[in-house]
Design a protein around this ligand. Sequence first.
Ligand code: ZN
Ligand code: ZN
Ligand code: FE
Length: 764
Amino acid sequence: MITVNIHVYGIVQGVGFRPFTSLAAAKHGIHGTVANKGSYVEIIAQGSREAIDGFISEFRSNPPDRAVILGLDELETEAPVFDSFEIIESEKEYGDIFISPDIATCDKCKAELFDKNNRRYLHPFINCTQCGPRLTILDSMPYDRERTSMKVFPMCENCMGEYYSPMTRRFDAQPVCCNDCGPELYIIGENTKGSAAITKTRRLIMSGGIAAVKGIGGFHLCCDAKNTEAVERLRKLKHRPMKPFAVMMRDMETVNRECIVAPGQEKYLTGWQKPIMLLEKSAEQSLSGRIAPDNLTVGVMLPYAPVQMLLFDYPDGIEMTDCLVMTSGNARGAPICRDDESAVKEIGSFCDLILSHNRNILIRADDSVVDWLCGKPYMIRRSRGFAPLPFMLKGDKTVQAVGIGGELKNSFCAARNGMLYPSPYIGDMADIRTVKALGESLERMLDMLECEPSVIVADKHPLYNTLSFAEEYAKKHSLPLVKLQHHYAHILSCMAENNYDGRVIGVSFDGTGYGDDGTVWGGELLISDWQGYERAGSITPFKQVGGDLSAKEGWRIAVQLLRQRFENAGEICEQLDLCDSKTFKLQSVMADKGLNTVASTSMGRVFDAVSAILGIRSASTFEGEASTALMYHAEMFERRKKEPAFSLSCSCTEEEDMLRLDTSSLAAETARRYLEGADRAELAFCFHKAVMELIAEACIRLRQQYGISTAALSGGVFQNRLLTRMTKEQLEANGFKVLLHSLVPPNDGGIALGQAAYAVKHRE
Ligand code: ZN
Ligand code: ZN
Ligand code: FE
């Protein structure tokens, strides 16, 4: 008989790992102990060598569904003889820390939820070791009931029995509860509770009303997705005229009816993370046309919390829709509401009732949003189910750091011991409530991860709230602050996700970022590695007139691009219906005199301008509206499977030692063709193709110059799946290795990872 000490690293807490271990021990006749050490699980195993090998092989061949084993060490040791296998209580130790994200309700719990004979029949908080809330109810580590928001719900005798019995699925499940001892649903402001509250909410939704519903990571606003009147009313109340709403569908059958599900997508859709997935609408779609106007796709998710399942199915005789709008319950710009007080104050006027419950949400987590690219998920918003799963980096393990993130779509990232932990989505930092949410979440996460940063990294933009937040934080804790250029951080984020150490041609195509020369950057070619970058090229600079408005109103950008290339730009602008001659003159004077004008190389703005030129969107009501609608037209053309009848000429020139991608001429050429009567969708497609060709040509030239044949594509423009796919294919056809994002957003939601990774990888 021998004794071995086994350490298992990875996501091994809150996923049923200890019960799994004790069952495996029983199977192989192993005696000993298992304990959570905060950073890893420690097992002392006693038995024959053969039995121990069999026992260990269980971890490799057949680990618990939700566990992610990143490493397993085994060391022979000496110990007294054990006569059983015991689970010992959590101890706290210092090391790598893994916090499980929230896990969607598992199939077994769902079956019990609707089983009349089960004691958790219709229990809105049913969960087990394989599912339930984790990060959002966690107060501190290690993960035990008294350190979660379940601590105020003492277990009843029955639940306690399951909790302590290795034979049940709830053995050691921290949030375990039932109808007798768990939290309770209620409608805020009235005395309607439990089953009456669910029925009232269902009835309201079916009569065309809007309900706010508290879920796992915050409140949702919810209405019948097939009822255009309700959807329209929600749009008005939320001041959200066009931005697509996510839809929660009852089951896969509904999804298959409403959408075209590509191979691979179903696995993701039904998996434990249950993100919102952008799926192509089917021809038979019964959703209101106002859900995702001018979009080939609609964001769809399946129910992931018991209360959501009960909204679809409840024995109260109400005939329920199988498609519910589920949009984040927040005021414009503000973070998602997580408690009753903020819900009443901030979204109370957007809805007819608020269905809440008394299990506190300690950390907000919006729904994650995932697109699909080249057979793989392509992250748009990384939050619930993903945060704070870490990325491992080769690098200095002693550095502890925080990347504060970008201004729009903020999330931050903590680095500790070579691990990078991205936070859930925080929101738009222009709003002071979001800045406050950042402070709260940061404090909580650093606490849980026992991360004591020695350096803070933030975006360079002098007017960003993230920078002043970082400055204050650094000052308060006497820490150095590194200000990192925005588009370089995008490229680093892509390198970090791919754990790439070499030099790359970084194609950073984006909306807005503060350039080193004080101008607006956003169409950049950055030769990058962990030590720094060189701006080797950009798109042709243009004048961005009108401050903040120019970021929303693509027609303003179009006017300036056309002025750069046409003598008679005024006439052309009128013909294209961009503006009248008076406005044109005003815009020209402002540009020429430099009033409220900045030089810009923002590729995102060029997409907006072309959208305006083609009469698709002259302005955006939400970030990305004009460019998404442009992509939609291009995709519609591609669907027709026709080769375009022409191509738009474009060129890459050298200017003061920099490559310039002449997007101004490209926009002008698009306008000329359009006025000559070319098809709008065809032009939209040709524009995408021309941008792809510009990138490829630039990369080929830079490869000659620098000898680098790896390209990294990052920045918000690469949220455009058509452009990203075409560019990747073209670059690969030309012999490039292409680094793409997959589980980190290419947009500003990914910036924090690049910032934190810089702190770990950069050497003075
Ligand atoms: Zn479960
Ligand atoms: Zn109970
Ligand atoms: Fe950006």
